[in-house]
Design a protein around this ligand. Structure first.
Ligand code: NIG
Ligand code: FE
Length: 424
């Protein structure tokens, strides 16, 4: 009879950046080992402290040969599903047009709306797939995807269905946010109230009924929706059991951060123009600050979010790509980490916290994901680096050598080549 082994898989011969709060920087465990059972982490610690010989402890033992292991990365703010692109508007901006001017003339988000309304669900999935694969190849195991380019019921729901399908067909946890309140669609010009009625009375209830949304989001800005309008949308979602997020204080300070905090939103996102009162409210309510350096960079913004105030007030900071065709065509979470350091002054450790423990918190998933700790899901990224700070250092280099999702290896860049879902 073969001996029963307590663990399914055990990784040895590497180093861990557990990102568990309260310990060494990066939650570092040199010469660490980590094991999983039934998809969850069943042991994590120093290899020398293993309670027996590796081969007796696990059915499969993986030798890391010096690689570093971090939690699988979390991209907690993306607009991954959309049709078309806005490279023409990019050219116009390089000639001097501003993002707001383009939006006011009916372009911007409305340009993508027109393309997305035309696209079938299959086409949306097909367009988003290579973008998702790029993220996965960089160690991402959880990604949030927003609707918001339909601004009519059927297209909004179609975007969310496409996002769910991407999650069903790829080794990634997909969290969806309903963003019907992105901008006012042209068909409702002069009838703002009617559009909000449609969102609150039809779109959100249907997204909830069909299990398509995990959270509700809105764009609080002069070119989008007022704080009062966003409050109505977020409250409707919250009452129906969704989490809440808010695009807040990006182009102008609307008091969005404080609104998000007061409503109990999981996060306020962007925050380039958030006031000290906004930061204090976020600290009081435990709201995560989601920093989106891709949009700051791509729009050539000059007002960075108040990072030192977030630090002082102990507001958790997440970092995400904001991947979208207009303000942040950034298809790399590693690059977002570098931009967060260079443009916003985060430390490499804060930046890695931003895409692990704090990214998971922004999605309400921190009990299950975001750190390498016992009983969390075994989502791991394996890196060929000498130190985890390197993940924020290189630009345009991907040192990811393997990914594990719920305890299963999904990406290995060894001689065996890329696994099928990552082959093109
Ligand atoms: O997060 N700020 C609003 N929404 C997106 C931009 C979407 C777009 O321009 O298509 C953002 O930056
Ligand atoms: Fe966004």
């Amino acid at each position: 009879m073969t001996e029963a082994k307590p663990w399914d898989r055990l990784w040895i011969g590497g180093h861990l950046a557990t990102m568990a709060p309260g310990g060494d920087p990066f939650g570092e465990i040199r010469d660490g080992a980590i094991a999983c059972r039934n998809g969850r982490i069943s042991w994590v610690g120093r290899e020398g402290d293993l309670p027996g010989s590796p081969d007796r402890l696990a059915r499969e033992v993986i030798r890391l040969e010096g690689l570093w292991v971090t939690p699988g990365l979390v991209d907690c703010h993306t607009h991954l599903v959309f049709a078309g692109d806005r490279s023409g508007e990019f050219e116009a901006r390089l000639q001097g047009a501003t993002y707001e001017e383009i939006a006011r003339k009916g372009g911007g988000i409305r340009t993508t709306m027109r393309a997305t309304r035309e696209a079938a669900e299959d086409e949306l999935v097909e367009a988003a797939t290579p973008r998702l694969r790029n993220l996965l190849s960089e160690g991402v195991t959880t990604v949030e995807v927003k609707s918001g380019y339909g601004m009519e019921t059927e297209t909004e729901l179609r975007m969310l269905r496409a996002a769910r399908r991407l999650g069903d067909t790829h080794p990634v946890e997909v969290q969806t946010s309903f963003l019907g309140a992105h901008v006012l669609p042209p068909d409702f010009e002069g009838r703002r109230e009617a559009y909000l009625d449609l969102i609150c009375e039809e779109m959100i209830p249907r997204a909830v009924e069909e299990g398509l949304a995990d959270a509700v989001d809105a764009f609080c800005d002069e070119i989008a929706f007022t704080p009062q309008e966003c409050e109505r949308v977020l409250r409707t979602g919250l009452e129906l059991g969704l989490g809440a997020r808010l695009h807040a204080d990006q182009l102008s300070d609307q008091g969005g951060a404080a609104l998000a905090a007061r409503l109990g939103a999981r996060s306020a996102d962007h925050l380039e123009r958030t006031s000290s009162e906004g930061v204090a409210a976020m600290a009081e309510w435990g709201t995560v600050a989601v920093l989106l350096p891709g949009a700051f960079y791509f729009l050539r913004d000059d007002s960075p979010p108040p990072v030192s105030r977030f630090r002082e007030e102990k507001v958790p900071m997440a970092v995400a790509t904001d991947l979208n065709p207009g303000s942040s065509p950034l298809n790399s979470l590693l690059t977002a980490m570098n931009l967060a350091c260079v443009l916003f002054g985060l430390t490499p450790e804060e930046s890695l916290q931003g895409v692990t423990v704090n990214g998971a918190r922004a999605l309400g998933l921190h009990r299950d994901r975001g750190t390498l700790e016992n009983d969390k899901m075994a989502d791991l990224a394996l890196w060929e680096v000498d130190h985890p700070r390197e993940l924020s250092y290189w630009v345009g280099k991907n040192p990811c050598k393997g990914v594990v999702k719920d305890g299963e290896s999904t990406l290995s860049l060894s001689a065996a080549g890329r696994p099928p879902h990552l082959r093109r």
